[in-house]
Design a binder for this molecule. Structure first.
Ligand code: SF4
Ligand code: SF4
Length: 176
């Protein structure tokens, strides 16, 4: 009885092997081959630009405040046209847990999680990315969004001429 059971088990195993032997392999030869990742995959972080090519980041520190491991740091500066930008912007990826909270907090959609796999490094210091390493030429996931066109303070266009924006009025004109 046990011999019959053993033979049955052998043939069961062989039949599974035979079934799989003619199937297309699912193995991906990483890193030479890469699977396309879903759009919402939280891969390496990038800083994106507005559709007009300007840097989206206004150095508001919200991403830095939202980061649970405190790995984002920057210094704010202001351009001649009144537009704020990050004089320097740094992410220490050796601490980053790719949680995406920074991207959720960003009001300008500047910081985004890309579907790119993160490249690991042997040296911890090489995991510290500066603004030049993070800034990409494109708009990322939101190609039409332009923070300053919605909320710009007279930088992209005069006050009152933004999308859905009312013209400013002088509150003193309401006084008796
Ligand atoms: S993904 Fe999370 S841990 Fe990484 S920088 Fe953003 S908030 Fe911090
Ligand atoms: S990336 Fe976004 S949240 Fe972070 S400082 Fe720049 S504008 Fe603010």
């Amino acid at each position: 009885m046990s011999i019959l059971t053993d033979i049955k088990e052998i043939f069961t195993g062989l039949s599974i092997t035979l079934r799989h032997i003619f199937r297309k392999p699912v193995t991906v030869q990483f890193p030479e081959e890469r699977r396309p990742m879903p759009e919402r995959f939280r891969g390496s972080i990038v800083l994106t630009r507005d559709p007009d090519g300007a840097e989206r980041c206004v150095a508001c520190y919200l991403c830095s405040g939202a980061c649970p491991v405190d790995c984002i740091s920057m210094a704010a500066a202001e351009g001649e046209n009144g537009r704020r930008y990050a004089a320097w912007f740094r992410i220490n990826f050796s601490r980053c847990i790719l949680c995406g909270l920074c991207a959720e907090a960003c009001p300008t959609l500047a910081i985004q999680m890309s579907p790119e796999m993160f490249n690991c490094r042997r040296q911890v210091i090489d995991m510290v990315y500066e603004k030049e390493d993070l800034l990409i030429d494109g708009t990322g996931k939101d190609p039409d969004y332009n923070f300053y066109r919605h909320a710009g303070i007279g930088v992209v266009q005069p006050r009152g001429s933004g999308d859905g924006e009312q013209a400013p009025f002088d509150p003193r004109s309401l006084m008796p």
